[in-house]
Design a binder for this molecule. Structure first.
Ligand code: F6P
Length: 368
């Protein structure tokens, strides 16, 4: 048995842990030969495939390494044309691949499904710091990103306090607010703004002013896909040949510019960017990625193709790739974390809920 494996789309912590688990499971359980495809789907698209053998020694010691030893690409798309797709399939045949494991986000899963439909047996493994893949309640990489953002917020707290400033910290996450929500709560942000809830700039300003009166600083945690009521997304870049051409980014600066004239205290913005995708995976992500890789190997050995590994209700399983490629898994408006945030006085930028101490209930002002 010869099995290929590739990492597609943006990287995230835990990819190497999946590669290691797939390779070790297949070697131990069925003696398969595993071939790493380099540079995402790009490794199947050139004149000749770009590959390297993956044996036990080559995956030893990579569990805690960030990034991906195979390299990746969020532009390479063999479905751009039928000729490109045919070439990728021909390369896979020439390599003697009986199956391919694709570790990637929604774009990679869509490509994987397309190649599956054209005859290449594929198992998908969901990855993204955004935690937004349909059908999977937690993707590896997310926990590490939340830990990174939480630490950043903690660092911003001390400098914000020293200067009595409003500090805005922008997280990644595309159209889903999972990173901003969990890191905002973990870092004790005063205001959390999500793509799922358009914010009222006056409500955000009111929270900052109310805290100014108590000589407090304010921490605002905002997801890159958040926007004001009646406003538009802040697009940083368009990458024409990418499966998902829009790159969000910069909403923190737009919010700072809108808030500053409304406040006495100084406003500063920090865009965390790709630091959220770097570094060593947390223990949680190492374990989840190892489980995902092992499960992918089981699907390969069972011949369950055109499917993606999932975690649902805390259980490992799989769903048809076709189910994983539509839309993004956003924070539901009735999610318990939103209720908890509101009930502890965190503002979500909603007009009718200013946040902070509930003076109507006679509870006095406090700090943080
Ligand atoms: O999907 C992961 C992600 O990091 C998003 O949170 C972010 O919007 C995007 O990728 C950035 O993409 P790139 O690495 O192409 O700038």
């Amino acid at each position: 048995m010869r099995i290929g494996i590739l990492t597609g789309g943006g990287d995230c912590p835990g990819l190497n842990a999946v590669i290691r688990a797939v390779v070790k499971s297949l070697l131990r359980q069925c003696g398969a030969e595993v071939i790493g495809i380099e540079g995402g789907f790009g490794g199947l698209m050139g004149e000749a495939p770009r590959v390297r053998p993956l044996d036990w020694a080559s995956v030893s010691g990579i569990l805690m390494q960030g990034g991906t030893i195979l390299g990746t690409s969020n532009r390479a798309n063999p479905l751009r044309s039928e000729a490109e797709a045919a070439r990728a399939l021909a390369h896979a045949r020439a390599l003697g691949l009986q199956a391919l494991v694709v570790i990637g986000g929604d774009g990679s899963m869509a490509i994987a499904h397309g190649l599956s439909q054209r005859g290449l047996p594929i198992v998908g493994v969901p990855k993204t710091i955004d935690n937004d893949i349909p059908g999977c309640e937690r993707s590896f990489g997310f926990d590490t990103a939340v830990a990174t953002v939480t630490e950043a917020i903690e660092r911003l707290q001390t400098t914000a306090q020293s200067h009595g400033r409003v500090m805005i910290v922008e997280t990644m996450g595309r159209y889903a607010g999972w990173i901003a929500l969990e890191a905002g709560l973990a870092g004790a942000a005063d205001v959390i703004l999500l793509p799922e809830i358009d914010f009222d700039i006056e409500a955000v300003a009111a929270v900052c002013r109310e805290r100014e009166r108590r000589q407090c600083y304010t921490i605002v945690c905002i997801g890159e896909g958040a926007k004001p009521i009646g406003g538009a997304l802040t697009v940083q870049q368009r990458i024409a040949d990418s499966p998902d051409p829009i790159r969000l980014g910069g909403v923190a600066h737009a919010l700072a510019a809108a808030l500053q004239p409304r406040l006495a205290s100084e406003v500063r913005a920090t865009v965390l960017g790709h630091v959220q995708r770097g570094g060593s995976p947390t223990p949680f992500d190492r374990v989840l990625a190892t489980q995902f890789g092992n499960e992918a190997a089981q699907l390969v050995m069972r011949g369950a193709f055109d499917r993606m590994v999932t975690l649902q209700d805390g259980r490992l399983g799989s769903i048809a790739l076709a189910e994983a490629v539509h839309g993004s898994r956003r924070v539901p408006l009735d999610h318990p974390l939103l209720r908890a945030a509101r009930q502890i006085g965190v503002s979500l930028g909603e007009a009718d809920r200013v946040g902070g101490p509930d003076v109507r209930a006679g509870i006095g002002p406090g700090v943080g």
